[in-house]
Structure formats: C-alpha cells, structure tokens
Write a protein that binds this ligand. Structure first.
Ligand SMILES: [Zn+2]
Length: 140
C-alpha cells in the first residue's frame, strides 16, 4: 500500500480507497513548490513518494474519465491543504496582498450576534485598506 509523505497525514491507500496518491511532478520548479508546501525542504523524493489528494484544492484534481481511470492533477497544481492550516486555503489570491475582509452580508450577521454563522461566510479580498474590518468576538 501507498502512504502519503505529508507530515501529520496518516493517509494510506490501504484504508482510504477514496483518496488518490500523486507522485511528485517532473518539472523541477513545481516539484520545489511541492516540497516547500509540505514543509519538507530537504526531503529526498523517490518515484514512490506520494502526496494524497486530501492536500489539493478540489479544482486541481480531475476526476477520472472512466471508472478504472486514475485521478489526475491539473498542470502546475501544488498541494495547499494541510493539517497545520486546517485543510483550508488562504483567502488572499496570488498577486493580492491586501488584507482580507468579510463580505458585507457576513458582517451583518456578525453585528446581529450570529458569529457562529461565521464559518458559512465567504471571505473576500478587500479592495482598499479603508474597508478593512477587524473582528473581535465579545461574549454576549
Ligand atoms: Zn496526505
């Protein structure tokens, strides 16, 4: 059976038939990005080193065309979802360094004291610093 090489990830093909296990890309630049992403900079990659599909944004994983086919990754896909970031993507997109704010609708929910709905909100990158919102959860 195949194991995932990502620290803190226990996935193996033996007990996770829904997961797919991906070999490192042959492109040196993308391979380097993978190593940085999984925090194994000095790691030696062999043809058997795999990263499981849990770590990829689902837009980067292409479902097989046939039942027996293998899942493939989009060209240039880099693993981004890990135990240490709770398997969520950072909200800022590459090229956008502005702080992240809540959308207007989320803010209204928060102001109504419904902060538990925060998890259902979508984070949007802000356009200007002026719209930055700092969140403070005070007990009611
Ligand atoms: Zn894994």
């Amino acid at each position: 059976d195949v194991h995932c090489c990502v620290p803190l990830c226990q996935a193996s093909s033996k007990c996770n038939s829904l997961l797919s296990f991906h070999t490192f890309p042959s492109d040196a630049e993308i391979r380097r990005k993978w190593l940085v992403a999984i925090r194994r900079d000095k790691f030696t990659v062999t043809p058997h080193t795999r990263v499981c599909s849990r770590h990829f944004n689902k837009d980067d994983v292409r479902e097989p065309l046939s039942e027996t086919g293998r899942r493939l990754l989009n060209k240039g896909a880099v693993p981004a979802l890990f135990e240490w970031n709770n398997f969520t993507l950072p909200t800022s997109r590459p090229g956008h360094t502005s702080p992240t704010v809540l959308s207007k609708g989320c803010l209204e929910w928060l102001l109504m004291g419904r902060s538990h709905l925060f998890l259902n909100c979508t984070l949007v990158p802000s356009v200007t610093n002026r719209s930055r919102v700092s969140l403070e959860f005070s007990p009611f």
